[in-house]
Design a protein around this ligand. Structure first.
Ligand code: PHE
Length: 357
């Protein structure tokens, strides 16, 4: 059939030059669409003699096939090129080092509270809690500190405001964790063995005092507990906490809610301007303690004829400073990121008994 070669050449060239898929589609319609040039040529086959048709038919079909595969190949080539262009444009260097992200740290107070809790838990103490805003009954009266008692004034108590004409005694921000003793015995009776860590408040501010600080209360009530048990528990605690044998010294003292009462010092050296616990012949006061006063047991509904026990109150911030060499208490609560990064702990540094972390 005449002109097939030039037809092939024309369409193959056009296909080769198509710039995008839309242009290619136009070419397809113009060549082999219903009214396409090649389709029209195929229609002419009907008017031919059988001999002519026998020659022209296969040639036209072959041309149509060729154009079809050229279209398909070009379509694929355009798609590949488009993908290449996209890959080039959206290229991402996965070998770039990740941007550094700061991770927060565990505050020394939280860390030490966990450490203390773990050590006492090992000795059978569970954790009790009480409110930070207390009635003056729990904070004072039930602990054998009556209204006129100088301890109320000594403690630099924060009182809450009462509306005018409301003459109920004001609530206080608890000045110590001792009211949790009363709340716990009221709720659970005797025997018991608990610690109560938490925030306490006193109007005081210098290098070793902040208006809010942390204490951990200890309370053990049973039928025949004595000061000997108290001393053993505390020495056991300090030795586990500081990771070295720590001697304690009991000094006679006075608290309205214990009788007898003792302030407890731990052994330390002050050489070279640094405090080292568990060595030397110096002493550092770390807590108040004693045998729970019968009046306190009574106030909490526990029969003092049947039960007795010991209690202690220790400064958490204080023992954190000692163990981790932190010089100024005020910095604990400044929220200075540099301080927190320096003294804070990794979340993975999980405290355990005798871990000495
Ligand atoms: N509550 C006392 C204080 O804050 C400490 C203490 C607790 C003393 C328990 C004896 C018994 O100073």
């Amino acid at each position: 059939m005449d002109g097939l070669d030039s037809l092939r050449a024309t369409w193959l060239e056009r296909i080769g030059n198509a710039g995008d898929e839309a242009a290619l589609e136009e070419i397809r319609v113009a060549a082999i669409g219903k009214k396409g040039e090649i389709s029209l040529k195929m229609r002419e086959l009907g008017k031919m003699t059988p001999e002519e048709r026998q020659a022209a038919g296969p040639a036209l079909n072959a041309l149509k096939d060729e154009v079809n595969s050229a279209l398909a190949a070009k379509k694929q080539a355009l798609a590949d090129a488009a993908l290449d262009a996209r890959l080039q444009a959206e290229w991402l260097d996965v070998t770039l080092p990740a941007r550094h992200r700061r991770v927060g740290t565990i505050h020394p107070v939280s860390q030490v509270t966990e450490e203390v809790t773990a050590i006492f838990a090992d000795m059978g103490f569970s954790v009790a809690e009480g409110p930070q805003i207390e009635t003056d009954w729990y904070n004072f009266d039930a602990l054998n500190i009556p209204g006129h008692h100088p301890a109320r004034a000594e403690m630099d108590t924060f009182y809450t405001h009462r509306a005018e004409g409301d003459d109920r005694p004001p609530h206080v921000l608890r000045t110590h964790t001792s009211p949790v003793q009363i709340r716990h015995m009221e709720a659970h009776g005797a025997p018991c063995r608990v610690i109560a860590p938490g925030r306490v408040y006193r109007a005081d501010y210098d290098q070793t005092h902040t208006p809010m600080f942390h204490q951990v209360e200890g309370l053990a009530i049973d039928r025949d507990l004595s000061m000997a048990n108290l001393k053993w528990v505390l020495e056991e605690f300090f030795t586990a906490y500081f990771g070295t044998k720590v001697k304690t010294r009991f000094r006679a003292s006075h608290f309205p809610f214990t009788e007898p009462s003792a302030e407890v010092d731990i052994q330390c050296s002050f050489e070279g301007g640094t405090v080292k616990v568990g060595e030397g012949d110096g002493w550092l006061e770390v807590l108040g303690s004693g045998m729970v006063h019968p009046k306190v047991l009574q106030a909490a509904g526990v029969d003092p004829a049947e039960w007795q026990g010991f209690a202690f109150g220790m400064g958490i911030d204080r023992i954190a400073m000692l163990k981790y060499g932190i010089p100024d208490l005020r910095a604990f609560f400044d929220s200075d990121l540099r301080w927190l990064r320096h003294y804070g702990f990794s979340a993975l540094q999980v405290p355990a008994v005798h871990s000495g972390v």
